[in-house]
Design a protein around this ligand. Structure first.
Ligand SMILES: Cc1cc2nc3c(=O)[nH]c(=O)nc-3n(C[C@H](O)[C@H](O)[C@H](O)COP(=O)(O)O)c2cc1C
Length: 196
């Protein structure tokens, strides 16, 4: 059984392109493998932003944390455990104001943990999350790939590489706010999903 974690971040539901395309991707992967799917919907259940207590807890040894710090770090610990427990991650990544939705950024802030998901060495940072595959389903209203505004998929690839996940495949649907381009962009993304 292959365990798949689907991370949704679009604020929209029925009209969300990333929710539609991630659904198709799950269907496609399910044709080759027996999947056990879990979903984390960051729009429906947003995570708290990092604050001083959480950061303090991150950098305090486990056995020295105050009760408040233990409570503050629990969400992050749970998210890291959830990540480690899955084989494949599917990240739905709409572009919101040139970046990922803040709900998705908050998730990434919780799973970037020094000493747990990455560490610093003499030779620079080393990712500690091994053996995972990530699919990024990126959707944008405009067309940005290959331009200096291409902040979603390259950012997520860099982030995942930082924590050790280098097997990242991107399905990108661009120009979705352009009436004359949307249909072709969705069709192209569906073809990319089919050809996985
Ligand atoms: C709040 C908001 C901000 C957006 N900002 C951008 C943007 O900066 N650049 C862009 O190309 N598209 C932008 N879009 C368009 C979305 O990326 C596009 O509609 C995409 O399909 C969103 O994914 P979703 O359909 O799964 O919600 C924005 C859409 C919303 C709702």
């Amino acid at each position: 059984m292959t365990k798949v974690l689907v991370i949704q971040s679009s604020a929209l539901n029925e009209n969300s392109n990333t929710r539609f395309l991630t659904g198709k991707l799950v269907e496609r992967l399910g044709r080759d493998k027996d999947l056990e799917i879990s979903t984390r919907d960051l729009a429906a259940n947003p995570l708290p932003h990092l604050n001083e207590t959480t950061l303090g807890a991150f950098f305090t040894p486990v056995d020295q944390r105050s009760a408040e710090q233990q409570e503050a770090v629990a969400t992050s610990d749970q998210l890291v455990a959830e990540l480690q427990d899955h084989d494949i991650l599917i990240i739905a990544a709409p572009m919101y104001n040139f970046g990922v939705p803040s709900t998705l950024k908050a998730y990434l802030d919780h799973i970037a943990r020094a000493g747990i998901t990455f560490k610093y060495t003499e030779n620079g940072p080393v990712g500690l999350v091994e053996g995972k595959k990530v699919y990024v389903v990126a959707a944008t209203g405009g067309v940005h790939a290959g331009t200096p505004r291409d902040f979603v998929a390259p950012y997520l690839k860099a982030f995942m590489g930082f924590i050790g996940i280098t097997d990242v495949e991107v399905i990108q649907a661009e120009g979705l706010s352009m009436v004359d381009q949307k249909e072709a962009a969705i069709e192209q993304a569906l073809e990319a999903i089919e050809s996985i």
